[in-house]
Design a protein around this ligand. Structure first.
Ligand code: SIN
Ligand code: FE2
Length: 208
């Protein structure tokens, strides 16, 4: 039996954003999503749709489709418009928690509805391979899974709640991770006239 050892550079910051700060952040995110709508990405080659809907903020956005696969683009694949600006509070989070000399270039917005999940993967499309990845959870709770550098290694799972921040730096930057499931109806943060579920914001530096 292999025992899971938390990789160096992994940090979970529970309740980083208090309920008031979460509400302000959600407002900024929903404004951005209104301008830059969630779209349904597709896996490279197979074209199989992802269960998570996506958009981005910042100069670059992570996108995927059947023909051209995973990559960063300066414009929305459906509207052709540049991504909206990254909310200042996310720039501040990045600076405070990474100390990285350059600002994040991409904020991927993932929306999980009931039944959505994200398979184990390594974030591997950035040229800035050593810059940490910072992610924020908003809305329903989720079961996050963390593994090691190889797909077959031991994993551990834990629950992420609204307002939690995860930092993948150091060795954790090259570790597998994913979202097994969300727990529908466990948060009232997202407005009832919007969409229920979970929003995850992932901040990344793309260029060294
Ligand atoms: C991701 O790894 O891209 C998303 C993680 C999450 O939703 O918490
Ligand atoms: Fe990821």
């Amino acid at each position: 039996m292999t025992v899971f050892q938390t990789p160096e550079g992994f940090r979970l910051l529970p309740g980083y954003f208090d309920p008031g700060a979460q509400a302000e952040l959600v407002k900024a995110v929903l404004d951005g999503v209104a301008a830059s709508p969630l779209y349904q990405p597709a896996m490279p080659r197979t074209g199989k749709p992802l269960s998570v809907r996506m958009t981005n903020f910042g100069p670059l956005g992570w996108v995927t489709d059947k023909d051209r696969g995973y990559r960063y683009e300066p414009v929305h694949p459906v509207t052709g418009e540049p991504w909206p600006a990254m909310p200042q509070v996310l720039m501040d989070l990045w600076e405070a928690e990474t100390g990285w000399s350059d600002p994040p270039e991409a904020c991927l917005v993932n929306w999980y509805e009931a039944g959505a999940r994200m398979g184990l993967h390594v974030d591997n499309d950035e040229k800035a391979v050593n810059a940490p990845v910072v992610s924020v959870s908003l809305g329903d709770k989720a079961r996050f899974r963390l593994g090691g550098p190889t797909r077959k290694g031991a994993t551990a799972s834990f629950v992420l709640s609204s307002g939690d921040v995860v930092v993948l730096g150091g060795e954790a930057r090259r570790c597998h991770h994913g979202v097994d499931r969300i727990y529908p109806g466990t948060s009232r943060l997202l407005p009832p006239d919007w969409r229920p579920g979970r929003i995850n914001l992932t901040l990344r530096r793309v260029n060294p």
